[in-house]
Ligand binder design. Sequence first.
Ligand code: TZP
Ligand code: MG
Length: 220
Amino acid sequence: MRKKGIELKRLYAITDTAVAGLSHEKIVEAIIGGGGRLIQLREKELPARDFYRAAEAAVERAHACGARLIINDRADIAKLVGADGVHLGQDDLAPDKARVLLGEDAIIGVSTHSLEQAKIADQLPVDYIAVGPIYRSITKPSASASVLGGQVGLELLRAVKAAVSKPVVAIGGITINNASEVLCAGADSVAVISDLLKYDNIKLRTRKFLEKIDKEFLTS
Ligand code: TZP
Ligand code: MG
């Protein structure tokens, strides 16, 4: 029997060793220190066996502190390290196949860039639908290059939210200054790389980010 649906944290931090200049494990440690409890490990350079080792260390760290760790792209690695789930792009393993591999309790998320993709994702065995890039992203320029105008904007986010029943994660160019408007536009969660990881003190930045969205979003 499928679980009834996951409750996403409002902040979904994503690791990027190039932006942070730190290992995935150290990034996870800093984000957790700042109060983050939902983290995605995103690794695009390492060979599989090094990716596995990094994921193993990161998941151990996350679970020791009560945080959830989702692996980007690789359902096989997510399964092997006992991660909480996998985040899949449009060209990764199909969500139904990842579900077979990871089981009913795993969190599976999928990236979408149009209303059509989001509606399709709503019918798939996934737990959340990511939409982006909401704003231009310097961290993933290819995402911005792939959509007209470099960003899908809050318009698509609103349209997706109105059309799907699953939780929606907004991604791309989200900062401490625009996160509240993204949440107000309907995002259940904001996924962030650079505006957390480009700072020397990631722990402090994560705390400030969480405080700001808690304060602004709850009072808006
Ligand atoms: N997918 C769409 S934009 C993006 C990903 C992984 C990068 C998000 O990074 P940032 O620095 O928060 O814009
Ligand atoms: Mg992918």
